[in-house]
Design a protein around this ligand. Structure first.
Ligand code: CA
Ligand code: CA
Ligand code: CA
Length: 346
């Protein structure tokens, strides 16, 4: 059972038997509470806890079990969570529910026998809760092992060495493989006006994979998505300067597809970028984006010959939650019209 509390206080659960309505049954049982915005305490040999952005977690749903996972999200971030059974044709019907910090159910899916996806855009910052369970024919009789993965826009992204995804490095091709219910994620930085060309195609022609590509803006909004039986392409001009997120997944009906894929891009990269944002007679504007290198300090000066000790320091605290810093450079007095930036290593 699932309810949303209308009052604060002590709630009471009565667990009993209802065997054919005459209370003749008996037996040992397991009972578990999942509560939003509440620390998760795990029993031995159970699964749940913190979902790491980009990481594959695994668990087991025993009959009647549910695993409680949670993570922090910031307002406006887009959240995607996928779950897939690890053993093909297990009785598990993967069932996901996503709850917001205020306890509202934001998304749920349990209609596929093999995989599930829930997605939402955060309207509040706080702790989000995901309940992974079974919905086999509606009577919770299924069980099995599963994989679960969270992807959300915004950093950091943590990817296993054995998994595809992460920070784009300027390559044109990234190969990977999607198991049922899998998902791969990359990030890159771009300046407003930069061309962004992305394509995904199955590596084995005619595989069950229906490749899908989703591109999210630095502010968490979905910019564009595309899918196809064998391939899909996205082509657009960056509408702003910042960190972009790319999600590759399968969108076969009921998420039953799987297979190898190749993501092809126009040399997109991750890292600090200094993006011109225009000028008027008084000021020029730049946005610095992608400044997430730990221990590095960004320095600026209007005179490149100034000794490095005298350059103005821009601490990480001046960057916003998107790792962006909007910088206004006064064009007056004359001689201030140029501004230089440099990284200082740790
Ligand atoms: Ca479990
Ligand atoms: Ca199944
Ligand atoms: Ca296909």
């Amino acid at each position: 059972m699932a309810i949303q509390a209308t009052n604060s206080g002590i709630f009471t659960v009565v667990a009993a038997d209802l065997n054919t309505g005459f209370f003749v049954g008996s037996g040992a049982y397991r009972i578990k509470l999942g509560q939003t915005d509440t620390p998760i305490v795990l029993a031995a040999n159970d699964e749940g806890g913190t979902l790491t952005n980009g990481w594959n977690h695994t668990g087991t749903i025993d009959v009647g079990d549910m695993d409680v996972w949670s993570f922090q999200a910031l307002s406006n971030e887009t959240i995607v969570v996928r779950m897939g059974e690890l053993v093909a044709n297990s009785t598990l019907t993967p069932y996901l529910r996503l709850f917001g910090p205020n306890g509202n159910l934001l998304s749920q899916y349990g209609s596929s026998t093999v995989a599930s996806e829930v997605t939402a855009r955060a309207t509040n910052s706080g702790v989000y809760t995901v309940i992974a369970a079974d919905l086999n024919t509606g009577f919770f009789v299924g069980s099995g092992t599963y994989r679960i993965k969270l992807v959300k826009t915004g950093r950091p992204l943590v990817i296993e060495n054995t998994d595809a995804g992460g920070l784009m490095t300027g390559q044109t091709n990234y190969d990977g493989s999607l198991d049922v219910g899998g998902m791969a994620v990359w990030e890159f930085t771009a300046c407003k006006g930069d061309p962004m060309n992305l394509g995904v195609g199955e590596l084995v022609g005619g595989s069950s994979l229906t490749p899908s590509i989703r591109l999210f803006s630095w502010d968490g909004s979905l910019l564009k998505s595309a899918s196809g039986a064998g391939s899909a392409q996205i082509s657009l001009v960056a509408p702003g300067s910042g960190t972009y997120t790319v999600v590759v997944s399968d969108v076969t009906a009921f998420f039953t597809g799987s297979g190898g894929f190749r993501l092809s891009v126009n040399g997109l990269t991750t890292g600090l970028k200094i993006c011109p944002e225009g000028a008027n007679t008084q000021n020029s504007y730049v946005r610095l984006t992608g400044a997430d290198s730990p221990g590095f300090t960004l320095l600026t000066s209007t005179n490149v010959d100034t000794p490095v000790q005298l350059w103005e320091r821009i601490p990480a605290s001046q960057f916003d939650i998107y790792d962006n810093l909007n910088y206004t450079n006064s064009l007056t007095p004359v001689g201030e019209a140029r501004r230089f930036f440099r990284w200082l290593g740790p």
